[in-house]
Design a protein around this ligand. Structure first.
Ligand code: GLY
Length: 422
């Protein structure tokens, strides 16, 4: 029986999802809302915004969609999964209550503390005065975190008092992040290698995906401002099966159990951002969705039917899925970004080479648009070039050959993704 599927979102993560879903033997018609020109190669794009719940519902009804998979956090935090589920529609993605694990950093800390999940010490500040008082006595560096969703701009690492004061005033007084910065956390700074572990769960069973490392700083050598992610690879050697089991037992399991005890069943993918400190792994953040760019390297490694996995999760039937199967080897993704990203960037520049990437290389679109039949830039992170291979070095070589086969004016990318793998 074939199934019509809708993916909500417009980034490289969502392109990777529809690319993988299109390989399923069960796929009927595939839709992406709003999608991008890359997604349009395998799915029918629907011109509906990710937060337009009634528009999405009407598309679900008129296109006989059997399953909806939500990519970004904003619609999940706003409760799209609750609305669709209440109307009897299977949806992959947690409820509004469960999405708080990402949409409130303070609530995530509360859940972790309740189960002794290892994480950095943090103090909640509801007023600027409280934040400034704490900053006055604090050790540096420290981390200032907006409680709410801030599109990747809510975490500031502060090396001295003046920097922390300025960040607190910006979030809490000038409201530069809107209501996301009404409450902040002042958190201890942790150093170490960061690994993302994503686990799919229907509230009962938990299936871990391959761990991955992403690269937040813009430039080679971890220099420059933080970004949404400039590349990723999987699997990191440091995160072997024993490590994955530790994170499942000490982090993901307890957090899901604590939510269950509070009457919140989690259905979708739970993303744990973990830092490997001298004192063991500690949680930096949780996300209520697939990571970007991690998804672009994890899904090409998956040898299990992704549609079956998402559908079983959405229907609370994950026990019907055998253990996940993965390709051997490794996968590397390199993000091609516009010239002045993460600042203001030019849009509308022609992209060359998309039809001529090396054999086996895959390109996932993010900030692209179609203009007079050509694909042009339309965002900060424009594309993710991906290579899979029998070894990390083969995967890296293919990813970079793919990245360098594509050109657009002022393109920038890091040249050290997966170079010093951990
Ligand atoms: N790679 C980080 C994120 O998806 O939030």
């Amino acid at each position: 029986m074939s199934q019509n599927v809708l993916v909500i979102g417009s980034g490289a993560r969502e392109h990777a999802m529809v690319w993988k879903l299109a390989q399923s033997s069960r796929i009927g018609t595939l839709f992406c809302a709003p999608g991008n020109p890359g997604a349009a190669e395998v799915a029918q794009n629907l011109d509906i915004g990710v937060n337009d719940v009634e528009g999405i519902w009407s598309a679900i009804e008129s296109n006989n969609i059997d399953l909806t998979i939500v990519g970004p956090e904003d619609p999940l935090a706003a409760g799209i999964a609750d609305v669709l589920q209440e109307r009897g529609h299977p949806v992959f993605g947690p409820s509004k209550a469960a999405a708080r694990i990402e949409s409130s950093k303070n609530w995530a800390k509360e859940i972790m503390l309740a189960r002794n999940v290892p994480t950095g010490k943090a103090l909640r500040c509801d007023t600027l005065e409280a934040a400034l008082n704490h900053i006055y006595d604090a050790q540096f560096p420290l981390v200032l975190k907006a409680d709410g969703l801030a599109a990747g701009k809510g975490v500031v690492i502060c090396h001295e008092r003046a920097e922390a004061e300025a960040a607190a005033r910006s979030m809490m007084q000038e409201k530069t992040l809107g209501s996301a910065g009404t409450t902040v956390l002042i958190e201890e700074f942790l150093s170490g290698v960061e690994v993302s572990l994503l686990a799919v769960t229907d509230g009962q069973r938990v299936l871990p995906l391959l761990p991955a490392c992403d690269y937040k700083p813009l430039k080679t050598g971890d220099r420059g401002p933080n970004t949404g992610g400039m590349g990723a690879y999987t699997p990191p050697a440091v995160a072997d099966n024993a490590w994955v089991n530790t994170i499942l037992n000490d982090v993901i399991g307890p957090v899901l159990a604590e939510m269950n005890d509070r009457g919140i069943s989690y259905r979708g993918v739970l993303y744990a951002g973990v830092i490997l400190t001298e004192n063991g792994p500690k949680v930096l953040e949780f996300n209520c969705r697939f990571g970007d760019p991690e998804t672009q390297v994890i899904l090409p490694m998956l040898n299990t039917d992704f549609l079956e996995l998402c559908d079983a999760t959405a229907r609370g039937n994950l026990s019907s899925i055998p253990a996940l199967e993965w390709h051997d080897g490794a996968c590397v993704g390199v993000v091609l970004a516009a010239g002045s990203y993460p600042g203001d960037y030019r849009k509308g520049a022609p992209i060359f080479g998309l039809d001529n990437v090396p054999e086996g290389g895959v390109v996932f679109h993010a900030g692209t648009a179609s203009q007079n039949g050509a694909v042009v830039t339309n965002g900060g992170r424009v594309l993710t070039a991906v290579g899979r291979g029998p070894t990390m070095s083969a995967a890296r070589d293919l990813a970079y050959r793919t990245a360098t086969s594509i050109t657009f004016p002022d393109a920038q990318y890091r040249d050290d993704i997966a170079l010093r793998e951990v």
